[in-house]
Structures are given as structure tokens and as C-alpha cells.
Design a binder for this molecule. Structure first.
Ligand SMILES: NC(=O)CC[C@H](N)C(=O)O
Length: 425
């Protein structure tokens, strides 16, 4: 069988209708071929699907911002970065010269003024060249490939970067960073000139969606908390002034760049990227936005689409007999998280005070998050304190730490049929 996904991506690209204009305030971008078009998806296991001109490279521009924000968070901690740069949507254009009137911080790291302040937080004590190299290396780790700077784009942008210089001086004037503003703009402009293709961007997006682990190289690039912080900011500030429309229509944490790229990172599921250079009036790729609207609708990718309810988590609840007496056996299935574990708690509340055994069978549980594991251990301890013998059937190790909270462990059995011969732990 051939996967339908590449053909689907082609179809979506072909259905988009171009409009808008290429960015012209950076002279080199004005020369780009406006008809280029490509898309890619990267899955959690590193599988990549592409369509269109996937080999075409373009400058990353503002799509670098979330990744440099991630590097700054990783290096300085969330608290220290938050003291310098806020996380509120600005309601202004991407290059607006505004600071929060009360805190004097840039509103968020996705508008230029905030991204310039963010760049200064990577290797703050290093030289301009060292900082640029740290950013290049960091973004390369997100992409799983050594990225290089497009010198022509860099030279072109830096020679006309009057606006970004004014933003850097503004942040510097309120002690938003300590370095020379010219060096920070130089480094920030290099960061924006890194060359990527859509597959690189899809891998980078999936690294954020995969709690900070690159799905292809398997390298942990940033902590899970950092990835979550970045996705949160993308959700509220990623698409500039169109973020509200984007969240309702598409519902995927996303970022666009004036080079024509757009990325979307759907936590735990997929990293997506589209490239098409013509931009709408807020600076987002026209065909990129349309393609993402289709992805979201066709593939059910809206972040706030409610997942199926966990009502079938208790597969069976039966009585078993063993040499030591009867056992209430409860067989669970599916993913365990707070809402499904709550169902299990309610079922276990019905176990009578009869001193019979209680067995929990997790053989068919597909995953158990931390809160659900704690709830199961708590329930087992409570049942044990009521006088029940506790058995745990967990051949896949869904609950690896089985300490009931007081150093004691439940009895282990290979299956419900072998409760008579528990393995001692
Ligand atoms: N929106 C963007 O992609 C802007 C990035 C561009 N390098 C700038 O600073 O103006």
C-alpha cells in the first residue's frame, strides 16, 4: 500500500490560491521567486512527508524567534527571561517600537523588539560572533542538520536595518540588555538569515511538539518545560496580529516569517511547515495560512478539539478465585490520565470491605501519565490499608515505580490467570 499522505499534501498545495506580495523591505527577499511552494509534515518518530519544491531553501526570518527564545529559556531559566520579556500579545505590527508602559519590557518574544532582546540573552557574556554561532548551533540541533547563513540576505537586511536598530536602542535605553545594540542587531539579523527548507522547519516544529526532543536525531535540545513555554507563547503571539483568527480557524501553535515560511507544532502529534513567499498585510504567507486551515480541518488538528472521552477505561471487573481466597479483578485499558484515572478511582470505591484481594490489570493500558500513576498508587495503598491483598499485573511497566508510599510494594503477577503464583516484586 502507498501512504495517502504525500498525495494529500500535494492536493492541499494545489488548492491554495496565491495573493499578497513578497516582502520588499529586505531588498534580497524582493528578488525571491514568488511562485515557490512546498509543505512538509514531521511525525513523532521522525518520519517526514514532503510535497512541492521541498529542496528549495529560504531564510528562516521570524521563524527563528521561538527557537532562540527556547535557547534563552534553556540557558537562563524561565524566571530570568520573564523579567526581561513578557508573554502578552502586543496587538501591534511585528516591528512596532513599543514597550509595556508599566514594566518597560517588550510585550513578547515574537515581535521584533522582543526577539532582539531575546537574542541578547543567548551567551550574554560572549562576543557577537560567539552568540551568533551559539544560535546557529542551537537552531541546527532543532533541525538535526548544520544550518548556514545566507550572506546575501544578511548583507541586504543589515544594510537597511534602521528600524531594528531603533528597536534595539530602545530596549537598551531601559536596560533590557547590557551589550552594544549594534552587535545585537547584527546577531539577530544573522539569526534571521539562516537557510532552511520545509523539511527542516517541520523537524524543528516537531521538536517543540515533542517536548524538546528532536524526533530524527533523538537529541534532547531543550527541557520539556521550555518547549511547553515556547508553545504557549506561539499559541497567543505566533501569528502577529492575526493570532486570534488563526487560533479559531486553525488552532495550532504557529509562527510565520517574512521569507514566506509558516510552521505549526501540534503537541505530541505533528510538526508542519509550508513555504510560499507572498504575504498578507500582517506579514503571514497567504498560501501558508490557507494550507494550515486545510490541515486543521481535514486532519482534526485543532488544539482545542476535545479528545475522545475515557469512559471505557475499566474493561472488565470480575471475581477471581485463588488459593488465598477470592480477588476483585479490575482490568483497565487505553491511555491513563487524570480523567480516566478518576473513573478507575470511582470503580475502586465500590470494592466492598471484605478483606478479599484486589487485582489491577494494566496489560491493556497504552500509557499512564504521572498524575494517573500517582492516583493508582494512592488507591492501592488505601485499599491495602483497608485490609485487602493488592496485586498488580503490569507486564509493560506502565507504573514503573510501585512503592505504595511506605516502602511496600503490591504483589506482582504475570496475568490475572496467575494470581496464585505472584512473583515477589
Ligand atoms: N516577520 C519577520 O519575519 C521579520 C524578520 C526580519 N528579519 C525583521 O527583523 O524584520
Amino acid at each position: 500500500m502507498r501512504s495517502p499522505i504525500p498525495a494529500y499534501l500535494e492536493e492541499v498545495l494545489n488548492d491554495t490560491v496565491d495573493g499578497g506580495e513578497v516582502a520588499s523591505y529586505i531588498p534580497e527577499l524582493a528578488r525571491a521567486n514568488p511562485d515557490r511552494l512546498s509543505a512538509a509534515l514531521c511525525m513523532a518518530d521522525g518520519t517526514i512527508y514532503g510535497a512541492g519544491e521541498v529542496e528549495t531553501r529560504f531564510s528562516i526570518q521570524s521563524i527563528s524567534k521561538p527557537f532562540v527564545y527556547a535557547l534563552a529559556l534553556q540557558e537562563n531559566g524561565v524566571q530570568a527571561v520573564m523579567e526581561r520579556i513578557g508573554v502578552e500579545p502586543s496587538g501591534e505590527t511585528f516591528n512596532s517600537a513599543s514597550l509595556d508602559p508599566k514594566t518597560q519590557r517588550p510585550d513578547n518574544p515574537m515581535v521584533n523588539i522582543g526577539a532582539i532582546a531575546t537574542h541578547a540573552l543567548v551567551m550574554p557574556d560572549g562576543t557577537c560572533a560567539e552568540r551568533s554561532e551559539a544560535v546557529r548551533r542551537g537552531l541546527s540541533a532543532f533541525a538535526g542538520r548544520q544550518l548556514q547563513i545566507d550572506q546575501a540576505v544578511y548583507s541586504s537586511e543589515i544594510s537597511t536595518a534602521f528600524r531594528n536598530h531603533s528597536l534595539a536602542y530602545l530596549v537598551r535605553s531601559v536596560d533590557g540588555f547590557e551589550q552594544d545594540p549594534r552587535e545585537i542587531v547584527e546577531g539577530y539579523t544573522r539569526q534571521c538569515s539562516l537557510l532552511v527548507d520545509v523539511r527542516d522547519l517541520a523537524v524543528m516544529a516537531m521538536t517543540l511538539a515533542n517536548s524538546g526532543v528532536n524526533p530524527v536525531t533523538k537529541e534532547r535540545v531543550v527541557h520539556a518545560d521550555v518547549a511547553q513555554q515556547v508553545l504557549s507563547v506561539l499559541t497567543t503571539c505566533g501569528m502577529y496580529d492575526a493570532t486570534g483568527d488563526w487560533m479559531t480557524q486553525v488552532g495550532i501553535p504557529a509562527k510565520s516569517g517574512v521569507g514566506g515560511g509558516v510552521i505549526g507544532a501540534l503537541p505530541g502529534q505533528v510538526g508542519a511547515a509550508v513555504f510560499s513567499p507572498r504575504l498578507d498585510d500582517v506579514g503571514n504567507s497567504v498560501r501558508g495560512v490557507q494550507a494550515f486551515e486545510r490541515f486543521s480541518k481535514d486532519m482534526g488538528m485543532h488544539l482545542l478539539k476535545a479528545p475522545p472521552l475515557s469512559k471505557d477505561v475499566v474493561r472488565t471487573a470480575t471475581m477471581r478465585s485463588t488459593a488465598l481466597g477470592p480477588v476483585h479483578a479490575v482490568e483497565l485499558q487505553g491511555p491513563l490520565r487524570f480523567s480516566s484515572a478518576e473513573r478507575v478511582m470511582r470503580r475502586l470505591e465500590q470494592v466492598p470491605h471484605d478483606n478479599y484481594g484486589v487485582a489491577l490489570d494494566l496489560t491493556r493500558v497504552s500509557s499512564a501519565d504521572e498524575v494517573s500513576r500517582r492516583m493508582l498508587l494512592e488507591a492501592m495503598r488505601s485499599l491495602r490499608n483497608e485490609g485487602h491483598r493488592i496485586y498488580l499485573v503490569d507486564p509493560k511497566g506502565s507504573v514503573p515505580d510501585r512503592d505504595l508510599g511506605d516502602g511496600s510494594l503490591p504483589l506482582q503477577a504475570a496475568s490475572l490467570d496467575t494470581l496464585d503464583t505472584p512473583r515477589n516484586h
